[in-house]
Design a protein around this ligand. Sequence first.
Ligand SMILES: [Zn+2]
Length: 413
Amino acid sequence: ELFLRPDLVACTFSGSVAISVAVSAPTRFLVLNALDLSVNRTSIRFQALEPTEVVFFKDDGVLVLGFAKQLPLGEGLLKMDFNGILNDQMRGFYRSKYQYKGKERNMAVTQFESVDARRCFPCWDEPAFKAKFKLTLEVPSELVALSNMPVGNATFAGPIKTVRYLESPPMSTYLVAIVVGLFEYVEGMTTKGTRVRVYTQIGKSNQGKFALDVGVKSLNLYKDYFDTPFPLPKLDMVAIPDFAAGAMENYGLVTYREVALLFDDKSSSASSRQSVAITVAHELAHQWFGNLVTMEWWTHLWLNEGFATWMSHLAVDSFFPQWNIWAQFLDRTTTALRLDSLEASHPIEVEIHHASEVDQIFDAISYDKGASVIRMLQSYLGAERFQKAMASYMKKYAYSNAKTEDLWAVLEK
Ligand SMILES: [Zn+2]
């Protein structure tokens, strides 16, 4: 359970967590991820126990809680309160600026992949630690407050509202997301009744219609391709004015740079129409490949990114066959070969030993070489056989994690 209270004027936030932890072996330490947070030491409890040592290891983004005696085995509740800064680094819990009625205002946004959830709340943000998340936000009443799951209930106290979200299915911490700001939206529905919305700045929602159309079609296609329904009740896609990457596939709340989501019939180019379609199809492929079945560790990042890149072309080719998108895919293969020809190249699968190494492998080798290899695999095995294997992979590892070897085993079978 995570509670957060962002202050959009002071650009700070306060919060609390209550984490169910299973102690499986004798120890007197709890070690978790936290960075750039100030934890209120007197608030920390594991069951009724207070830690006697609270030590931050900043270089590792780790918080160590030492207790006087060994912890009781079995499940217990770890609680603590903390404060942080809504930073301007576009990672962790940060502020983006936007204009409304001629005035500059702040919105609060999260960007956690790869290892920045620890900048928002104490947690375990490695991909293999999946948990059910139950979020509560306290925010200004007039703002839109979005998270991964739909709102369960909201209570108003004058200018402040408390919004409680439904509990998520088991998911990795790096996929938790929050957006608080002023937005309008356009809405659609999949054939199975999943509500899809595109949120934009006030006055721009028309520019979200193309992405909405691609989003609804993508969810329909992937449900059939993987023979697995989209497990969440809704999917929101939001355009964020200040955003570091192109987009981020947070479960049920995908965030985008504005140019990666918005399309204006009158002024946008044909190439921007294609790149919006590819980006939306890529992020929504992650809702299955990445979010439902997650890589075991960052070493297997190519699985997530290579597959989503390949899959986005499969989807866009089926929606817009006239674009001949597989011919354009060869540009990606070329981009991969170019990086691969440098001495500084690396294998598709890279050993990752420390959190600080992860961000370096979000490159053309993981995305484009990965996607090229998957395309070769698919044509070697045949489209139908490959699809059947992917559907059984999804079912076998749903709500859990998989390694490259697990994919090979399923394909071989
Ligand atoms: Zn991706």
